[in-house]
Design a protein around this ligand. Structure first.
Ligand code: ADP
Ligand code: MG
Length: 475
């Protein structure tokens, strides 16, 4: 704790608006920033870049979307020697999606040098191609702690020449049980290095991490405060044949608005979907057999809260990024611990709590042990029996999706639809949810109790000066 308590606090100006030209960055980097239309620094960039560029260790409090990637990206790129084909910077991120985003952003920032190689190393894909890429050499590696540890153990990744270690979204990594993995990776980095830690919140584990792995860190905090985000993980022991029914029991007990249910196989997805729909849940599934438009419609209904449960395999859910997800249910335990971590990392985002509920039959015990081993956390066991006899009313999503014939091709914008519903039709802003415009159709979520009236009024009125056809997509 002392490392943090004694560190000077640099309060960030709330509205930074300061130009990047204030920073000691090479002209080519300045040019890239101009090209990207990064005209002024975001507050976290203005607060942390001077410290990071001066070579200090840093603890920065910053929420999602605040521009952290450039804050550490510019710092680590500034120190790279492109002619040395060795990993000089490592960024640890909680999930594959975040690692991919960071990789892309650093690639954009590195445009000024065309021979800088930035490699993403995450779980969920096979090791072999990653090992081949590593053999060709990379300057920057971005990855999830578990997979990075795997590469270190196999000797395919060497960190002897590393000079910058970044812990991005450190609190989320801790929520996901990555403390030991982070510690193991940090121990393999040279002592002489710069460590930059970014976190939206400061739970106790962050202080421990900082104390162990940062040296005389300076701390920057944005004035805005954020709630803790937390993934609450529970394991339920079930007999294999009770699995599908157990999902219904969990949904009725926890009553999450949006749940992503992971199965290991397509057959299991199909079986679960049938069971859920038969029991009156609003459930949909994603699979490779869907046409693009059908896939879009499933994702739209799930993201706008008019579908309670999305059933998917890991492959089908790849790249899926849903902002508000109250629960992830692992219908089957995955054999790959890192996949488990990716699955549960989709809930508990930003300022919200999230449930990660996993069903485990006796045959899955080894898999659970592997997950516990990797995350260094003790599984919390619960019995389904404690859930029975709860609220038996059906779980109904709060919204309904309306489909309007006409989209981008007709130059419809979300504002046109919102205007039609809140103007003449007389609905309130709160009764209208997410509006998604695709090429041919526009989808709008409305509160369930006004769905029929909204369709009638949309059909009777005008959107963008024209009469439109609208229907309820599914109820
Ligand atoms: P975080 O990691 O804090 O969630 P990101 O680094 O992903 O945030 O940045 C969020 C978005 O803001 C990205 O689209 C990024 O390209 C953009 N961005 C970052 N810095 C600036 C800047 N100085 N000016 C304009 N846009 C920026
Ligand atoms: Mg980020």
């Amino acid at each position: 704790m002392t490392a943090i308590a004694s560190a000077p606090q640099v309060p960030a100006a709330p509205a930074a608006g300061r130009p990047f030209s204030e920073l000691p960055l090479p002209p080519r980097m300045q040019a890239t920033l101009e090209q990207l239309e990064y005209l002024t620094m975001t507050p976290i960039q203005a607060a942390s870049l001077p410290i990071a560029l001066a070579g200090h260790d840093l603890i920065a409090q910053a929420k999602t979307g605040s521009g952290k990637t450039a804050a550490f990206g510019l710092a680590l790129l500034g120190k790279l020697n492109p002619r040395r084909f060795a990993v000089q910077a490592l960024v640890l991120c909680p999930t594959r999606e975040l690692a991919d985003q960071v990789t892309q952003e650093i690639r954009r920032l590195a445009r000024f040098e065309d021979n800088i190689k930035i490699l993403a190393l995450c779980g969920g894909t096979t090791m072999r191609p990653q090992m081949a890429s590593l053999e060709h050499g990379a300057h920057v590696v971005v990855g999830t702690p578990g997979r990075i540890m795997d590469h270190l153990e196999r000797g395919s990744l060497k960190l002897d020449e590393l000079n910058t270690l970044v812990l991005d979204e450190a609190d989320r990594m801790l929520d996901m049980g990555f403390y030991d993995a982070i510690a193991a990776v940090a121990r393999q980095c040279p002592r002489q290095r710069q460590t930059l830690l970014f976190s939206a919140t400061f739970p106790e584990g962050i202080a421990r991490l900082a104390e162990q792995f940062l040296s005389k860190p300076q701390e920057v905090k944005l004035l805005e405060q954020h709630e803790d985000s937390k993934i609450r993980q529970r394991w339920y022991e079930v007999k294999h044949e009770e699995r599908l029914q157990a999902v219904c029991t969990l949904l009725k007990h926890y009553r999450p608005v949006s749940t992503l249910a992971f199965c290991n196989t397509k057959q299991q997805c199909r079986a679960l979907l049938e069971m859920l729909q038969a029991q009156g849940f609003h459930a949909l599934t994603l699979n490779g057999d869907l046409e693009q438009r059908e896939r879009d419609q499933v994702l739209i209904q799930f993201a706008n809260r008019s579908c309670s449960v999305l059933v998917a395999t890991d492959v089908a859910a790849r790249g899926l990024d849903i902002a508000q997800l109250e629960a992830v249910i692992n219908v089957d335990v995955t054999p790959d611990p890192e996949v488990h971590i990716h699955r549960i990392g989709r809930t508990g985002r930003a300022d919200q709590d999230g449930w990660a509920l996993s069903l485990c039959s006796p045959g899955d015990r080894r898999r659970v042990a592997a997950i516990a081993g990797m995350t260094g956390s003790e599984p919390e066991w619960h019995g389904l029996g404690s859930l029975q006899g709860g609220d038996d009313s059906p779980l109904v999503p709060p919204m309904v999706t309306l489909q309007i014939l006409g989209g981008r091709k007709e130059k419809i914008r979300p504002g046109d639809v919102l205007g039609a519903l809140t103007g003449e039709a007389g609905f309130t802003r709160e009764q209208v949810g997410k509006i998604t415009v695709t090429d041919q159709y526009t989808y709008v979520a409305v509160a369930r109790d006004i769905a029929h009236e909204a369709v009638r009024k949309l059909a009777a009125g005008k959107v963008k000066g024209r009469t439109v056809k609208a229907r309820i997509l599914a109820e």
